[in-house]
Design a protein around this ligand. Structure first.
Ligand SMILES: Nc1ncnc2c1ncn2[C@@H]1O[C@H](COP(=O)(O)OP(=O)(O)OP(=O)(O)O)[C@@H](O)[C@H]1O
Ligand SMILES: [Mg+2]
Length: 365
């Protein structure tokens, strides 16, 4: 999968920007605050329709403007043009100029694997941010996953609303609650299988990648869920045993909305015992394992974005990683200093130098 060009209009600090990319390594250099991350964020938003910076969509629109758009041509087997527009009317996504009514049908068309320093806090953050990360990754691999997730959240909302009603109206019949619970379990079990398979598949590559980078062993990610290895009947009993608690707090205590993912090194949870460097490394390896998964299991070469990796890992390790990456991958690297990058790697790179919001392209060959 290769993105050949990107057009930004009123996106972040750019009025208009039109870039033609190399289908190999692209390096974006510039001072702090010059707009490097904004460019790779543009590619990410074109693929996922949301930013990785966790903020509201409207911050993507240039200050003082009312709309923005991102356009790009991406070739997998066939070349298509993609567009994400934001305006007062909301978000519109298009493929080959045709509006796609459901955003969930658009996501997963462009596959990106992103590393950003903002990812590295995922291990320390709440389970929600770990679930969000995994949800985005699986959605790119499995289109139905996002539909299941949307449906699950809809039923969960209805169930919580009904629990609140049962709290107020003690005479309300619980029949409807059990209908919703039944649906929630069916959807949750499917989501849980996807999550379990994804984590098992990541682990196939995870520790080996870690060993190549750190020469240490024992890196693992585990899936923790009340649904794991449970039957529908067992889960229904669990929901029944939690009924009183659920009614009191007006929320569903059991479900895949409480799932978590634990990163461990030699059996120790990195959240509690890991150094900052170990936590960052665990996330980098996770992203690299995901690339292996895309390539080996799906025959897909996702677009790899490495934003400011040099702020997270020493240059020697990074250059080692870059040397080992599959040569068919299209890669975007942002850095403040070209000196960080090994001259051998630089030889085949296209470099975009940002100066005062103007981007100068230079090809090393
Ligand atoms: N909606 C917006 N409108 C205008 N400018 C914005 C908007 N959002 C962010 N910016 C500006 O874009 C500039 C560039 O941000 P960006 O994160 O791309 O920098 P960077 O080159 O990656 O810097 P660093 O090296 O520090 O990571 C910042 O000065 C920021 O204030
Ligand atoms: Mg940046």
């Amino acid at each position: 999968m290769k993105i050949s060009n990107l057009k930004l209009y009123n996106f972040r600090n750019y009025d208009t920007l039109n870039l033609d990319f190399s289908n190999k390594q692209n390096i974006i250099i510039g001072e702090n605050g010059s707009g490097k991350t904004n460019i790779v964020e543009g590619i990410y938003v074109l693929a996922i329709t949301k930013s990785f910076r966790g903020s509201l969509d409207k911050v993507l629109i240039k200050y003082g403007c009312n709309e923005m758009s991102i356009e790009g041509n991406v070739k997998d087997k066939i070349r298509h043009s993609y567009k994400v527009q934001l305006s007062e009317e909301g978000k519109i996504v298009k493929i080959d100029d045709n509006k796609i009514a459901k955003i969930s049908n658009y996501i997963s068309k462009i596959n990106v694997v992103l590393f950003t320093p903002e990812n590295t806090s995922v291990i320390k953050d709440s389970p929600t941010s770990r679930r969000n990360m995994v949800n985005i990754e699986i959605s790119q691999l499995e289109n139905t996953y996002l539909h299941l997730l949307n449906e699950y959240n809809k039923i969960l909302k209805q169930r919580n609303a009904f629990l609140k009603l049962m709290y107020v109206n003690k005479l309300a019949s619980p029949d409807y609650l059990w209908i919703l619970t039944d649906k929630l379990i069916d959807l949750g079990l499917q989501i849980s299988h996807y999550r379990n398979d994804f984590i098992n598949n990541i682990n196939v590559y995870y520790d080996k990648i870690n060993y190549d980078i750190t020469r240490k062993q024992g890196l693992k990610v585990s899936y923790v869920s009340a649904y794991k290895n449970k039957t529908k009947e067992e889960l229904m009993k669990k929901y029944q045993s939690y009924l009183d608690k659920d009614i009191i707090i007006g929320k569903t205590n059991i479900g895949v909305h409480h799932d978590d993912f634990i990163f461990s090194l030699k059996g120790k949870n990195l959240k509690d015992f890991g150094s900052e460097g170990e936590q960052k490394n665990a996330i980098i390896c996770f992203k690299l394992a995901e690339i292996e998964l895309f390539i080996k299991d799906r025959g897909i070469y996702p677009i790899l974005i490495l934003d400011d990796l040099f702020s997270c890992l020493d240059a020697k390790k990074i250059n080692n990683i870059l040397k080992k990456l599959n040569k068919n991958l299209q890669i975007f690297i942002t850095t403040t200093d070209l000196k960080n990058i090994n001259t051998k790697i630089l030889n085949n790179c296209t470099v975009f130098n940002i100066k005062k919001e103007k981007v100068v392209k230079r090809i090393y060959e």
